[in-house]
Design a protein around this ligand. Structure first.
Ligand code: UD1
Ligand code: MG
Length: 448
Protein backbone atom coordinates (compact mmCIF):
# COMPACT_ATOMS: atom_id res chain seq x y z
CA UNK A 1 0.00 0.00 0.00
CA UNK A 2 1.34 3.47 -0.75
CA UNK A 3 1.85 5.65 2.29
CA UNK A 4 2.59 9.30 2.89
CA UNK A 5 3.92 10.52 6.22
CA UNK A 6 2.96 13.92 7.56
CA UNK A 7 5.21 14.80 10.47
CA UNK A 8 4.06 17.76 12.54
CA UNK A 9 7.04 19.70 13.80
CA UNK A 10 6.08 23.38 13.79
CA UNK A 11 5.62 23.95 17.51
CA UNK A 12 8.09 26.05 19.50
CA UNK A 13 8.01 23.82 22.53
CA UNK A 14 7.70 26.68 25.02
CA UNK A 15 8.22 24.42 28.02
CA UNK A 16 11.67 23.40 26.75
CA UNK A 17 12.79 26.96 27.59
CA UNK A 18 15.19 26.92 24.64
CA UNK A 19 16.21 28.80 21.49
CA UNK A 20 16.44 25.46 19.70
CA UNK A 21 13.18 24.20 18.14
CA UNK A 22 11.87 21.36 20.26
CA UNK A 23 12.13 18.69 17.55
CA UNK A 24 15.86 19.39 17.18
CA UNK A 25 16.74 18.55 20.77
CA UNK A 26 18.80 15.38 20.61
CA UNK A 27 18.00 11.92 21.88
CA UNK A 28 20.66 9.28 21.32
CA UNK A 29 22.82 11.84 19.51
CA UNK A 30 20.17 12.57 16.87
CA UNK A 31 17.45 15.22 16.70
CA UNK A 32 14.12 13.96 18.03
CA UNK A 33 12.74 14.54 14.54
CA UNK A 34 15.05 11.86 13.11
CA UNK A 35 13.57 9.28 15.46
CA UNK A 36 10.06 9.96 14.16
CA UNK A 37 11.36 9.96 10.57
CA UNK A 38 13.19 6.67 11.14
CA UNK A 39 10.11 4.96 12.57
CA UNK A 40 8.08 6.23 9.60
CA UNK A 41 10.77 5.22 7.10
CA UNK A 42 10.13 1.56 7.91
CA UNK A 43 6.83 1.89 6.00
CA UNK A 44 8.80 2.88 2.88
CA UNK A 45 6.62 5.95 2.36
CA UNK A 46 6.16 7.42 -1.08
CA UNK A 47 6.15 10.90 0.45
CA UNK A 48 7.47 12.29 3.70
CA UNK A 49 6.18 15.76 4.45
CA UNK A 50 7.58 17.59 7.44
CA UNK A 51 5.57 20.56 8.69
CA UNK A 52 8.03 23.11 10.08
CA UNK A 53 7.27 26.45 11.75
CA UNK A 54 9.34 27.75 14.65
CA UNK A 55 12.99 27.67 13.53
CA UNK A 56 11.92 26.37 10.12
CA UNK A 57 15.36 26.82 8.48
CA UNK A 58 17.07 24.63 11.03
CA UNK A 59 14.22 22.11 11.00
CA UNK A 60 14.40 21.97 7.19
CA UNK A 61 18.14 21.30 7.29
CA UNK A 62 17.66 18.53 9.84
CA UNK A 63 14.81 16.93 7.88
CA UNK A 64 16.85 16.94 4.66
CA UNK A 65 19.93 15.64 6.45
CA UNK A 66 17.94 12.55 7.35
CA UNK A 67 16.13 12.19 4.03
CA UNK A 68 17.03 14.48 1.15
CA UNK A 69 13.78 13.55 -0.57
CA UNK A 70 11.63 14.75 2.32
CA UNK A 71 9.36 17.68 1.52
CA UNK A 72 9.28 20.46 4.08
CA UNK A 73 6.29 22.79 4.24
CA UNK A 74 6.09 25.78 6.54
CA UNK A 75 3.19 26.58 8.84
CA UNK A 76 3.69 30.31 9.50
CA UNK A 77 1.34 30.52 12.44
CA UNK A 78 0.73 27.63 14.78
CA UNK A 79 -3.06 27.49 14.71
CA UNK A 80 -3.44 23.88 15.78
CA UNK A 81 -2.70 20.32 14.70
CA UNK A 82 -5.41 20.21 11.99
CA UNK A 83 -4.10 23.47 10.52
CA UNK A 84 -0.59 22.02 10.62
CA UNK A 85 -1.61 18.84 8.79
CA UNK A 86 -3.51 20.96 6.23
CA UNK A 87 -0.18 22.51 5.16
CA UNK A 88 0.72 19.17 3.56
CA UNK A 89 -2.24 19.32 1.18
CA UNK A 90 -0.36 20.76 -1.84
CA UNK A 91 2.63 18.52 -1.33
CA UNK A 92 0.28 15.51 -1.49
CA UNK A 93 -1.96 16.76 -4.31
CA UNK A 94 -3.05 13.78 -6.39
CA UNK A 95 -1.82 11.24 -3.85
CA UNK A 96 -4.55 8.67 -3.26
CA UNK A 97 -2.82 6.40 -0.74
CA UNK A 98 -2.91 6.40 3.03
CA UNK A 99 -1.65 9.37 5.01
CA UNK A 100 -0.20 8.81 8.46
CA UNK A 101 0.16 11.81 10.74
CA UNK A 102 3.04 11.62 13.21
CA UNK A 103 4.27 14.14 15.76
CA UNK A 104 7.91 15.23 15.61
CA UNK A 105 8.01 15.32 19.40
CA UNK A 106 6.86 11.71 19.85
CA UNK A 107 9.98 9.77 18.96
CA UNK A 108 9.35 6.22 20.13
CA UNK A 109 6.43 4.92 18.08
CA UNK A 110 7.53 1.46 16.92
CA UNK A 111 7.57 0.46 13.26
CA UNK A 112 5.31 -2.55 14.08
CA UNK A 113 2.72 -0.17 15.49
CA UNK A 114 2.84 2.01 12.38
CA UNK A 115 2.42 -1.11 10.26
CA UNK A 116 -0.73 -2.01 12.20
CA UNK A 117 -2.05 1.50 11.48
CA UNK A 118 -1.15 1.23 7.83
CA UNK A 119 -2.96 -2.08 7.52
CA UNK A 120 -6.09 -1.07 9.47
CA UNK A 121 -9.16 -1.17 7.25
CA UNK A 122 -11.33 1.52 8.90
CA UNK A 123 -11.67 4.92 7.21
CA UNK A 124 -9.80 6.60 10.03
CA UNK A 125 -7.61 4.83 12.56
CA UNK A 126 -6.29 6.54 15.65
CA UNK A 127 -3.38 5.28 17.74
CA UNK A 128 -4.50 5.13 21.36
CA UNK A 129 -3.01 3.91 24.62
CA UNK A 130 -4.10 3.12 28.16
CA UNK A 131 -2.44 5.80 30.25
CA UNK A 132 -1.30 5.06 33.80
CA UNK A 133 -1.81 8.79 34.42
CA UNK A 134 -3.95 10.26 31.61
CA UNK A 135 -3.03 13.79 32.73
CA UNK A 136 -3.65 16.28 29.92
CA UNK A 137 -3.93 13.90 26.97
CA UNK A 138 -6.97 13.91 24.70
CA UNK A 139 -9.46 11.17 25.68
CA UNK A 140 -10.93 8.58 23.30
CA UNK A 141 -14.71 8.27 23.66
CA UNK A 142 -15.63 4.80 22.40
CA UNK A 143 -18.94 3.33 21.29
CA UNK A 144 -18.26 -0.38 21.06
CA UNK A 145 -15.51 -0.82 18.47
CA UNK A 146 -16.07 2.60 16.99
CA UNK A 147 -14.23 5.68 18.15
CA UNK A 148 -17.05 8.18 18.55
CA UNK A 149 -14.89 11.24 19.13
CA UNK A 150 -11.77 12.57 20.80
CA UNK A 151 -12.15 15.18 23.48
CA UNK A 152 -9.22 17.38 24.44
CA UNK A 153 -8.48 17.56 28.17
CA UNK A 154 -9.34 21.27 28.32
CA UNK A 155 -12.74 20.65 26.73
CA UNK A 156 -13.56 17.46 28.63
CA UNK A 157 -16.22 17.01 31.30
CA UNK A 158 -15.35 15.33 34.62
CA UNK A 159 -16.83 12.07 33.32
CA UNK A 160 -14.76 12.26 30.13
CA UNK A 161 -11.62 13.04 32.11
CA UNK A 162 -12.15 9.74 33.94
CA UNK A 163 -11.49 7.86 30.67
CA UNK A 164 -7.99 6.34 30.67
CA UNK A 165 -7.83 5.48 26.95
CA UNK A 166 -5.86 8.38 25.47
CA UNK A 167 -4.93 9.87 22.11
CA UNK A 168 -1.29 9.49 21.03
CA UNK A 169 -1.81 12.03 18.25
CA UNK A 170 -0.91 9.55 15.52
CA UNK A 171 -3.67 8.79 13.03
CA UNK A 172 -4.12 7.26 9.60
CA UNK A 173 -6.64 7.90 6.83
CA UNK A 174 -6.76 7.92 3.04
CA UNK A 175 -5.10 11.23 2.09
CA UNK A 176 -8.06 12.66 0.13
CA UNK A 177 -10.45 11.92 3.03
CA UNK A 178 -7.99 13.40 5.54
CA UNK A 179 -7.86 16.74 3.73
CA UNK A 180 -11.60 16.75 3.07
CA UNK A 181 -12.34 16.33 6.78
CA UNK A 182 -9.66 18.79 7.86
CA UNK A 183 -11.43 21.43 5.73
CA UNK A 184 -14.50 20.97 7.97
CA UNK A 185 -12.62 21.50 11.25
CA UNK A 186 -13.53 24.68 13.15
CA UNK A 187 -11.90 26.30 16.17
CA UNK A 188 -14.81 26.61 18.55
CA UNK A 189 -13.02 25.03 21.52
CA UNK A 190 -11.22 25.90 24.74
CA UNK A 191 -7.94 26.74 22.99
CA UNK A 192 -9.40 28.39 19.87
CA UNK A 193 -7.30 26.03 17.73
CA UNK A 194 -7.97 23.81 14.74
CA UNK A 195 -7.83 20.37 16.34
CA UNK A 196 -6.90 17.30 14.33
CA UNK A 197 -8.72 15.43 17.04
CA UNK A 198 -12.05 16.66 15.57
CA UNK A 199 -11.66 14.22 12.66
CA UNK A 200 -13.20 11.12 14.25
CA UNK A 201 -16.47 12.90 15.12
CA UNK A 202 -16.64 14.45 11.63
CA UNK A 203 -16.10 11.02 10.07
CA UNK A 204 -18.72 9.38 12.32
CA UNK A 205 -21.23 12.07 11.30
CA UNK A 206 -20.77 10.81 7.73
CA UNK A 207 -21.34 7.23 8.89
CA UNK A 208 -17.68 6.29 8.31
CA UNK A 209 -15.72 3.67 10.26
CA UNK A 210 -13.31 4.99 12.89
CA UNK A 211 -11.15 2.47 14.72
CA UNK A 212 -8.44 2.53 17.36
CA UNK A 213 -5.12 0.68 17.29
CA UNK A 214 -3.66 0.42 20.78
CA UNK A 215 0.00 0.61 21.65
CA UNK A 216 2.16 0.63 24.73
CA UNK A 217 2.28 3.92 26.63
CA UNK A 218 6.09 3.99 26.36
CA UNK A 219 5.76 4.39 22.58
CA UNK A 220 3.72 7.54 22.84
CA UNK A 221 5.96 9.44 25.23
CA UNK A 222 5.71 13.04 24.06
CA UNK A 223 8.48 15.46 24.93
CA UNK A 224 7.46 18.86 26.22
CA UNK A 225 10.11 19.65 28.85
CA UNK A 226 13.78 19.03 29.62
CA UNK A 227 12.72 16.55 32.29
CA UNK A 228 10.78 14.56 29.69
CA UNK A 229 13.78 14.86 27.35
CA UNK A 230 15.98 13.32 30.05
CA UNK A 231 13.56 10.43 30.58
CA UNK A 232 13.30 9.96 26.83
CA UNK A 233 17.10 9.71 26.65
CA UNK A 234 17.06 7.08 29.40
CA UNK A 235 14.30 5.18 27.61
CA UNK A 236 16.20 5.34 24.31
CA UNK A 237 19.41 4.08 25.93
CA UNK A 238 17.62 1.20 27.67
CA UNK A 239 16.05 0.07 24.40
CA UNK A 240 19.23 0.50 22.35
CA UNK A 241 21.29 -1.51 24.89
CA UNK A 242 18.69 -4.29 24.97
CA UNK A 243 18.72 -4.38 21.15
CA UNK A 244 22.53 -4.76 21.07
CA UNK A 245 22.44 -7.57 23.63
CA UNK A 246 19.76 -9.24 21.53
CA UNK A 247 22.00 -8.86 18.46
CA UNK A 248 24.81 -10.81 20.14
CA UNK A 249 26.98 -7.97 21.43
CA UNK A 250 28.46 -8.35 24.92
CA UNK A 251 28.05 -5.29 27.12
CA UNK A 252 29.92 -5.94 30.35
CA UNK A 253 27.99 -3.18 32.15
CA UNK A 254 25.08 -2.18 29.90
CA UNK A 255 23.95 0.75 32.05
CA UNK A 256 27.28 2.51 31.53
CA UNK A 257 27.38 2.24 27.74
CA UNK A 258 25.81 5.12 25.78
CA UNK A 259 24.59 4.67 22.23
CA UNK A 260 23.35 6.80 19.34
CA UNK A 261 20.37 6.31 17.06
CA UNK A 262 22.67 5.16 14.23
CA UNK A 263 25.16 3.06 16.25
CA UNK A 264 25.86 -0.29 14.58
CA UNK A 265 27.82 -2.97 16.43
CA UNK A 266 28.48 -6.45 15.04
CA UNK A 267 27.95 -9.77 16.75
CA UNK A 268 30.50 -11.06 19.27
CA UNK A 269 31.99 -7.64 19.82
CA UNK A 270 32.81 -6.96 23.45
CA UNK A 271 32.10 -3.52 24.88
CA UNK A 272 33.62 -2.91 28.30
CA UNK A 273 32.15 -0.48 30.87
CA UNK A 274 31.84 3.28 30.36
CA UNK A 275 32.00 3.55 26.61
CA UNK A 276 30.29 6.34 24.66
CA UNK A 277 29.20 5.83 21.05
CA UNK A 278 28.50 9.26 19.54
CA UNK A 279 26.79 9.61 16.16
CA UNK A 280 28.05 7.74 13.10
CA UNK A 281 29.86 4.75 14.63
CA UNK A 282 30.02 1.33 13.05
CA UNK A 283 31.88 -1.56 14.67
CA UNK A 284 32.25 -4.88 12.91
CA UNK A 285 31.91 -8.30 14.50
CA UNK A 286 34.51 -9.57 16.91
CA UNK A 287 36.06 -6.25 17.91
CA UNK A 288 36.80 -5.18 21.48
CA UNK A 289 36.04 -1.70 22.76
CA UNK A 290 37.72 -1.40 26.12
CA UNK A 291 36.64 0.72 29.07
CA UNK A 292 36.28 4.51 29.01
CA UNK A 293 36.61 4.90 25.25
CA UNK A 294 34.78 7.62 23.31
CA UNK A 295 33.89 6.96 19.66
CA UNK A 296 32.28 9.26 17.11
CA UNK A 297 31.96 9.15 13.31
CA UNK A 298 34.33 6.22 12.96
CA UNK A 299 34.57 2.65 11.74
CA UNK A 300 36.21 -0.22 13.64
CA UNK A 301 36.87 -3.48 11.81
CA UNK A 302 36.83 -7.08 12.94
CA UNK A 303 39.42 -8.06 15.49
CA UNK A 304 40.46 -4.50 16.32
CA UNK A 305 41.03 -3.57 19.96
CA UNK A 306 40.28 -0.01 21.03
CA UNK A 307 41.14 1.48 24.42
CA UNK A 308 40.99 1.55 27.33
CA UNK A 309 40.71 5.35 27.29
CA UNK A 310 40.88 5.78 23.52
CA UNK A 311 39.22 8.55 21.55
CA UNK A 312 38.14 7.92 17.98
CA UNK A 313 36.93 11.09 16.27
CA UNK A 314 35.19 11.60 12.92
CA UNK A 315 36.95 9.96 10.00
CA UNK A 316 38.87 7.42 12.08
CA UNK A 317 38.91 4.16 10.12
CA UNK A 318 40.52 1.15 11.77
CA UNK A 319 41.17 -1.88 9.58
CA UNK A 320 41.20 -5.45 10.89
CA UNK A 321 43.30 -6.26 13.94
CA UNK A 322 44.35 -2.68 14.57
CA UNK A 323 45.29 -1.71 18.13
CA UNK A 324 44.54 1.75 19.46
CA UNK A 325 45.47 1.92 23.10
CA UNK A 326 45.22 4.22 26.07
CA UNK A 327 45.14 7.98 25.60
CA UNK A 328 45.37 7.77 21.85
CA UNK A 329 43.28 10.16 19.77
CA UNK A 330 42.61 9.37 16.11
CA UNK A 331 40.86 11.79 13.76
CA UNK A 332 40.41 11.63 9.99
CA UNK A 333 42.98 8.88 9.78
CA UNK A 334 43.02 5.33 8.48
CA UNK A 335 45.04 2.65 10.22
CA UNK A 336 45.83 -0.28 7.93
CA UNK A 337 45.49 -3.92 8.91
CA UNK A 338 47.36 -4.77 12.07
CA UNK A 339 48.71 -1.23 12.62
CA UNK A 340 49.34 -0.29 16.27
CA UNK A 341 49.22 2.96 18.19
CA UNK A 342 49.21 1.72 21.70
CA UNK A 343 49.88 4.69 23.93
CA UNK A 344 49.59 8.46 24.25
CA UNK A 345 49.36 9.61 20.65
CA UNK A 346 47.52 12.14 18.56
CA UNK A 347 46.98 10.99 14.99
CA UNK A 348 45.10 13.22 12.59
CA UNK A 349 44.84 13.59 8.80
CA UNK A 350 47.03 10.56 8.32
CA UNK A 351 46.78 7.43 6.24
CA UNK A 352 48.86 4.77 8.00
CA UNK A 353 49.89 1.58 6.21
CA UNK A 354 49.39 -1.96 7.42
CA UNK A 355 51.40 -3.36 10.32
CA UNK A 356 53.04 -0.03 11.12
CA UNK A 357 53.87 0.73 14.71
CA UNK A 358 53.31 4.18 16.12
CA UNK A 359 55.41 4.67 19.25
CA UNK A 360 54.17 6.25 22.47
CA UNK A 361 53.85 10.01 22.37
CA UNK A 362 53.83 10.34 18.59
CA UNK A 363 52.02 13.36 17.21
CA UNK A 364 51.12 14.06 13.61
CA UNK A 365 51.42 17.85 13.83
CA UNK A 366 48.66 18.45 11.29
CA UNK A 367 47.61 22.01 12.03
CA UNK A 368 49.77 25.04 11.35
CA UNK A 369 47.30 27.42 12.94
CA UNK A 370 45.59 28.14 9.62
CA UNK A 371 45.51 24.97 7.53
CA UNK A 372 45.44 21.21 8.07
CA UNK A 373 48.07 19.01 6.41
CA UNK A 374 48.52 15.29 5.87
CA UNK A 375 51.06 12.88 7.26
CA UNK A 376 51.44 9.75 5.19
CA UNK A 377 52.94 6.69 6.80
CA UNK A 378 53.62 3.61 4.70
CA UNK A 379 53.33 -0.06 5.56
CA UNK A 380 55.43 -1.78 8.25
CA UNK A 381 57.01 1.52 9.30
CA UNK A 382 58.28 2.04 12.84
CA UNK A 383 57.73 5.47 14.33
CA UNK A 384 59.91 5.84 17.42
CA UNK A 385 58.42 7.11 20.66
CA UNK A 386 57.82 10.81 20.94
CA UNK A 387 58.23 11.52 17.24
CA UNK A 388 56.77 14.82 16.04
CA UNK A 389 55.74 14.48 12.41
CA UNK A 390 55.44 18.01 11.02
CA UNK A 391 52.86 17.74 8.22
CA UNK A 392 52.86 17.74 5.27
CA UNK A 393 55.31 14.89 5.46
CA UNK A 394 55.51 11.30 4.37
CA UNK A 395 57.26 8.27 5.81
CA UNK A 396 57.94 5.42 3.39
CA UNK A 397 57.28 1.72 3.79
CA UNK A 398 59.52 -0.03 6.31
CA UNK A 399 61.08 3.30 7.31
CA UNK A 400 62.01 4.10 10.88
CA UNK A 401 62.22 7.31 12.92
CA UNK A 402 64.40 7.61 15.98
CA UNK A 403 62.68 8.33 19.28
CA UNK A 404 62.31 12.00 20.01
CA UNK A 405 62.73 13.00 16.38
CA UNK A 406 61.11 16.09 14.93
CA UNK A 407 60.53 15.04 11.33
CA UNK A 408 60.16 17.95 8.94
CA UNK A 409 60.96 16.35 5.59
CA UNK A 410 59.96 13.14 3.83
CA UNK A 411 61.63 9.87 4.84
CA UNK A 412 62.16 7.44 2.02
CA UNK A 413 61.22 3.80 2.11
CA UNK A 414 63.54 1.68 4.25
CA UNK A 415 65.44 4.69 5.68
CA UNK A 416 66.13 5.54 9.34
CA UNK A 417 65.56 9.21 10.12
CA UNK A 418 67.11 10.77 13.20
CA UNK A 419 66.17 14.37 13.78
CA UNK A 420 67.30 15.26 17.27
CA UNK A 421 70.35 16.84 18.86
CA UNK A 422 73.26 14.38 18.97
CA UNK A 423 74.15 13.15 22.48
CA UNK A 424 77.20 14.73 24.15
CA UNK A 425 78.88 12.92 27.06
CA UNK A 426 81.30 14.56 29.55
CA UNK A 427 82.99 12.05 31.85
CA UNK A 428 82.82 12.91 35.58
CA UNK A 429 80.93 16.10 34.90
CA UNK A 430 77.74 15.05 36.74
CA UNK A 431 79.61 14.47 39.98
CA UNK A 432 81.33 17.87 39.73
CA UNK A 433 78.05 19.57 39.05
CA UNK A 434 76.41 17.91 42.10
CA UNK A 435 79.27 19.13 44.30
CA UNK A 436 78.95 22.71 43.03
CA UNK A 437 75.19 22.71 43.55
CA UNK A 438 75.39 21.21 47.06
CA UNK A 439 78.00 23.81 48.08
CA UNK A 440 75.77 26.57 46.80
CA UNK A 441 72.77 25.23 48.77
CA UNK A 442 74.84 24.96 51.99
CA UNK A 443 76.03 28.56 51.63
CA UNK A 444 72.45 29.78 51.13
CA UNK A 445 71.11 27.98 54.23
CA UNK A 446 73.97 29.41 56.39
CA UNK A 447 73.11 32.91 55.19
CA UNK A 448 69.38 32.66 56.00
C1 UD1 B 1 -2.03 16.61 21.10
C2 UD1 B 1 -3.47 16.10 20.86
C3 UD1 B 1 -3.92 15.31 22.10
C4 UD1 B 1 -2.95 14.18 22.36
C5 UD1 B 1 -1.52 14.72 22.53
C6 UD1 B 1 -0.54 13.58 22.58
C7 UD1 B 1 -4.57 17.72 19.40
C8 UD1 B 1 -5.52 18.86 19.32
N1 UD1 B 1 -4.33 17.22 20.61
O1 UD1 B 1 -2.07 17.56 22.14
O2 UD1 B 1 -5.20 14.78 21.88
O3 UD1 B 1 -3.35 13.47 23.53
O4 UD1 B 1 -1.16 15.54 21.39
O5 UD1 B 1 0.75 14.03 22.85
O6 UD1 B 1 -4.09 17.29 18.37
N2 UD1 B 1 1.98 21.31 16.01
C9 UD1 B 1 2.20 21.99 14.82
N3 UD1 B 1 1.46 23.10 14.56
C10 UD1 B 1 0.50 23.55 15.40
C11 UD1 B 1 0.28 22.86 16.60
C12 UD1 B 1 1.04 21.73 16.88
O7 UD1 B 1 3.07 21.60 14.03
O8 UD1 B 1 -0.13 24.56 15.05
C13 UD1 B 1 2.79 20.11 16.28
C14 UD1 B 1 3.69 20.27 17.49
O9 UD1 B 1 4.97 20.74 17.09
C15 UD1 B 1 3.77 18.84 18.03
C16 UD1 B 1 2.43 18.25 17.65
O10 UD1 B 1 1.92 19.05 16.61
O11 UD1 B 1 4.78 18.09 17.39
C17 UD1 B 1 1.44 18.21 18.83
O12 UD1 B 1 1.16 19.51 19.28
P1 UD1 B 1 1.02 19.82 20.81
O13 UD1 B 1 0.75 21.27 20.95
O14 UD1 B 1 2.11 19.22 21.58
O15 UD1 B 1 -0.37 19.05 21.13
P2 UD1 B 1 -0.84 18.53 22.54
O16 UD1 B 1 -1.42 19.63 23.30
O17 UD1 B 1 0.25 17.74 23.16
MG1 MG C 1 2.39 17.69 23.00
Amino acid sequence: MSVALIILAAGKGTRMNSDLPKVLHPIGGAPMLHHAMQAGASLEPEHTVVVAGFGSDAVTRAALAYDFEAQVVVQDEQLGTAHAAAQARDALAGFEGRAIVLFGDTPFVRPETLEALMNATADITVLGFEAADPARYGRLVMDGDQLQRIVEFKDATEAERAISLCNSGVLAAPAPLLFELIAEVGKDNAQGEYYLTDLPALARARGLDVSVVRCDEAETLGINSRAQLASAEAQFQATARADLLEDGVTLAAPDTVFLSLDTLVGRDTLVEPNVVFGPGVTVESGATIRAFSHLEGCHVSRGAIVGPYARLRPGAELAEDVRVGNFVEVKNATLGTGAKANHLSSIGDAPIGEASNIGAGTITCNYDGVMKHHTEIGARAFIGSNTMLIAPVSIGDEAMTGSGSVITSDVESGALALARAPQVEKPGMARKLFDILKAKKAKQSRGS
